[in-house]
Write a protein that binds this ligand. Structure first.
Ligand code: SF4
Length: 261
């Protein structure tokens, strides 16, 4: 996961806010398209998920999966990871940014997991955040994905999507996280993290959002959305806000950024 950009970099200088009914519609549509979303990180148990998320800081899931494919084959748990040793661990993850720091943190984390938790990953925020290399975002991902806790870890994609869609407009990661926890309908909360990441990664991209194939198009208040709204592309049962095939003018707001993510 990469760090979130500033609010200006999302292109959302105006903080439109979606209605409660709009929020419900957003998640109903994302759920209809992908009823069982999950992380794209590969892992076989909670320990491997924790390590993969630590490695994913400022990196891509694809790069992490490439490294962990061989790493987890020889070090599937905390004990085996410690036995492997820091230098061998580095050789496995040296294609990932900050691998020296991450290797040291992983070794320290494994030591603490064995000393304090019998080698298991704790399902507790404070215990997770006390581990080296584990901050609030990593703890949120592990709590949500490994233990089903309805947390929402805000990364660059979620920060951008939440602001563009007006789901939880905010200038900081924490403000967006708290806004999402308040506004995402309860029945969607456990999976909201995955739906929003996937939407940001593949549709509502930072530099070139694919608005013309976005199922949220008619709900989205983002002033710079672009594309063509077609009858065939409209979501079933949606209240399309404009006529089929109506072209949308590209609007530029003052001080608009390219929205690097
Ligand atoms: S319409 Fe465009 S800007 Fe709005 S959520 Fe969809 S892809 Fe993102």
């Amino acid at each position: 996961m990469r760090h979130p950009p500033t609010l200006a970099a999302t292109g959302t200088s105006r903080r439109a806010r979606l209605s409660a009914a709009g929020c419900e519609q957003v998640f109903a549509r994302l759920a209809a398209g992908n009823p069982h979303p999950t992380t794209e990180l590969c892992y076989g148990n909670a320990f491997q998920l924790l390590i993969a998320v630590i490695l994913s800081a400022q990196s891509t899931d694809r790069a992490v999966n490439k490294a962990t494919r061989t790493l987890f084959a020889v070090a599937p748990d905390a004990q085996a990871m410690l036995a492997l040793g820091e230098e061998v661990l580095k050789a496995h993850i040296n294609t990932i940014g900050l691998y020296n720091t991450k290797a040291r943190q992983i070794m320290q984390t494994c030591t603490l997991l064995l000393r304090d938790h019998g080698g298991a990953v704790p399902a507790d925020r404070a215990a997770l955040e006390s581990l080296p290399g584990v901050g609030r975002k990593t703890a949120n991902v592990v709590l949500n994905t490994a233990f089903g806790v309805p947390t929402i870890a805000v990364d660059t994609h979620i920060f951008r999507v939440a602001n563009r869609l007006g789901l939880a407009p905010g200038g900081t990661v924490r403000a967006v996280e708290e806004g999402l926890l308040r506004r995402v309908p309860e029945r969607f909360r456990a999976n909201a993290h995955h739906w929003l990441i996937l939407h940001g990664r593949y549709v509502c991209k930072a530099r070139a959002p694919a608005c013309d194939r976005c199922v949220l198009f008619d709900l989205c208040p983002y002033p710079d959305k672009v594309g063509v709204w077609t009858a065939s592309g409209s979501p079933q049962g949606s209240g399309a806000a404009r006529a089929p095939n109506q072209k949308l003018p590209r609007r530029r707001s003052p001080g608009r950024s390219t929205g690097r993510g």
